[in-house]
Design a protein around this ligand. Structure first.
Ligand code: ATP
Ligand code: MG
Length: 244
């Protein structure tokens, strides 16, 4: 008998009106893995994350974390069950400082504590993501990359077992990308299991143990990064018939 994976997604489905955005997705994520979720624009990747985190209600299917069903739970309960995320379109609290943004994760996450303790504790996370020097700066004054760092630190502050990254590395310059890749690798080494939606294939190759490909709401390929990225069918869905 094989043990159940840390995160087990089965038959996940969601339609928006007549559009089947996610049509029966199955995905296993082993404890300690980094899994890449790739696919062309509009293929349903973010919708999968939104379903897993309880952001939107599923039409059907199951998402179990360590055997516990997440489907049907409100988003805050999924978060307290130790699944955290970042957003494709960055969503920080602009009127709060960097530190306060990250405190929100600590205060509303899996092991809530007092504001005074949260204030002390988030220092290490700010250090980890490279924001210590901007701890007291208003969110609205942060650069794009720093806002992404805030989102990551806030997600980590909730104390996740599974971290879902929605194009966290998108829009970074080449040196920031290397820093970002090293940071994600370090988080995994510290025990966080990661599912990353990403269009930056350099990062997928560098980080992922396993890659799955979505097209039009369904998984069409899965395996080791090199094998998946050299699959002609994967090239075809990315490039379109004529260019493949
Ligand atoms: N809340 C919503 N209401 C209606 N349609 C939606 C909603 N969210 C997503 N969709 C549609 O579902 C499909 C899948 O969208 P989704 O955002 O999951 O794609 P994606 O793979 O993340 O794409 P991208 O790479 O561009 O981020 C798209 O056609 C999108 O327009
Ligand atoms: Mg998306």
């Amino acid at each position: 008998m094989t043990a159940e994976p840390l995160l087990a997604i089965r038959g996940l489905r969601k339609s928006f009106g007549g559009l089947q955005a996610v049509r029966g997705v199955d995905l296993d994520v082993a404890d300690g893995a980094i899994v890449g979720l790739i696919g062309p624009n509009g293929s349903g990747k973010t919708t999968v994350l939104n379903l897993v985190t309880g952001e939107i209600a599923a039409d059907g299917g199951s998402v179990r974390l360590a055997g516990q069903e997440m489907i049907g739970l409100p988003a805050f309960r999924v978060c307290r069950s130790r699944i955290a995320r970042t957003f494709q379109l960055v969503r920080i609290l602009p009127g709060m400082t960097t530190r306060e943004n990250v405190m929100v994760g600590r205060l509303f996450g899996a092991e809530p504590t007092t504001p005074a303790r949260a204030r002390d504790e988030v220092g290490a996370l700010l250090e980890c993501v490279g924001l210590a020097a901007r701890a007291d700066q208003a969110g609205s004054q942060l650069t794009y990359i720093d806002q992404k760092r805030v989102e990551l630190a806030r997600a980590l502050a909730t104390r996740p077992r599974v971290l879902l990254l929605d194009e966290w590395l998108a829009g970074l310059n080449p040196s920031e990308l290397q820093i970002g890749i090293a940071l994600i690798r370090r988080l995994r080494d510290e025990g966080v299991t990661i599912v990353m939606i990403e269009h930056v294939m350099e990062a997928i190759r560098a980080l992922c143990d396993h890659v799955v490909v979505m097209s039009a709401g369904a998984l069409i390929a899965s395996g080791a990064p090199d094998a998946v990225l050299s699959d002609p069918e994967v090239a075809r869905v990315y490039l379109g018939e004529d260019d493949a």
